[in-house]
Design a protein around this ligand. Structure first.
Ligand SMILES: CC(C)(COP(=O)(O)OP(=O)(O)OC[C@H]1O[C@@H](n2cnc3c(N)ncnc32)[C@H](O)[C@@H]1OP(=O)(O)O)[C@@H](O)C(=O)NCCC(=O)NCCS
Length: 155
């Protein structure tokens, strides 16, 4: 999980951010200590996509207080990461369908996420899946304050 998180995050965001800010974010958010803490949170859920023995993608979901912004009857997709060489093969969609099934089973009202305004590929992906923008929130990458578009899908 640490490896795929760092690799995908770097592939996706290094082009639009400074090396210092990328380094600071990777150290703070994808350290083993941080990931262990996240895994032990009973309101967060992780699912992995595998090709043969290789982990090629993963999904992190949050409910209740684990959400980046606590919202009632909602499920947050905090991360859908698919390795570059495996993108465009419906792995992201399969991970999303897992999130949807969980939200439906738990009888929640909507699935939501925050996506960086400068990540057009991900915005297009979520739009294809039926998400619509409804708000914005701030996201700190190193010392850079960035805007995330919040998107939701009503169930
Ligand atoms: C965004 C991401 C999760 C998409 O996963 P993926 O496996 O490449 O996407 P899929 O193959 O499952 O695509 C699902 C649907 O979205 C559409 N889609 C995917 N990328 C798209 C793009 N750039 N533009 C338009 N549509 C796109 C596909 O056409 C497909 O539609 P279809 O079912 O009609 O064929 C993946 O590219 C990724 O991990 N990116 C890097 C990390 C990231 O940005 N994560 C999201 C922010 S947290």
């Amino acid at each position: 999980m640490q490896q795929i998180s760092k690799t995908t995050f770097t592939d996706t965001y290094a082009g639009g951010n400074t090396q210092e800010n990328m380094h600071a974010y990777l150290e703070a958010h994808f350290s083993l200590a941080q990931l262990k803490k996240e895994i032990s949170n009973p309101e967060s859920f992780f699912y992995f996509a595998r090709h043969k023995t290789q982990v090629v993608g993963y999904l992190k979901l949050n409910m209740g207080q684990a959400q980046s912004e606590t919202q009632k009857a909602a499920l947050e997709i905090e991360r859908i990461y698919v390795l570059k060489n495996f993108q465009g093969q419906h792995i992201g969609k399969t991970l999303f369908q897992k999130a949807l099934a969980i939200a439906q089973k738990k009888q929640l009202q909507f699935v939501w996420l925050g996506v960086w305004e400068n990540n057009p590929r991900a915005i297009a992906f979520y739009t294809t899946l039926g998400f619509i923008p409804y708000d914005k929130h701030l996201f700190k990458l190193g010392d850079d304050l960035q805007t995330d578009i919040m998107m939701r899908l009503e169930l």
